[in-house]
Design a protein around this ligand. Sequence first.
Ligand code: 5GP
Length: 123
Amino acid sequence: MPAAYDPNNIFAKILRGEIPCKKVYEDDHVLAFDDIAPQAPVHVLVIPKGPYVHWDDFSEKASDAELAAFSRAIGAVARARGLGPDGFRVIANNGGNAHQEVPHLHMHVLGGRPLGRMLPGKG
Ligand code: 5GP
C-alpha cells in the first residue's frame, strides 16, 4: 500500500485550524472530533496529529508515545460519550478495499444504538 502523505487532505486542514471541527478530545499526539456525516448517534473520528496515511503507515513509523496516546484517546472518547455500558465499535478503513476516503489515519468510534453485525452480508 503506498504511503505518500498528502498534506492537503481534509484532516490535515482541520489539524492546522484551516477548517473547523467539533472537538471531543485533544492531547499532544491526538485530536478527536465529531464526524460531519454521523452514521450513529455517536460518531467520533480519532486522528493522530502526525502525518500518517493509514494504519500500515502509523504502526510502522509512529513512536511508542504516539501509539500509546492514540490507543488511550479512543478509550477517552468512548468514556467522554458514555459508550462503555452499552458497547461501541471502533473501525479504521485502510486503503482502497476498505473504502478509505480521507488519506489521514482515523478511527471511527461509533455507538449510541445497536450497530448490527460488522460487515453487510455476513451472517
Ligand atoms: P473513511 O471513509 O475515510 O474511513 O471516513 C472518512 C470520514 O470522514 C467520513 O465518515 C466522513 O463523513 C468524514 N469527513 C469527511 N470530511 C469531513 C470534514 O470536513 N469534517 C468532519 N468532521 N468529518 C469529515
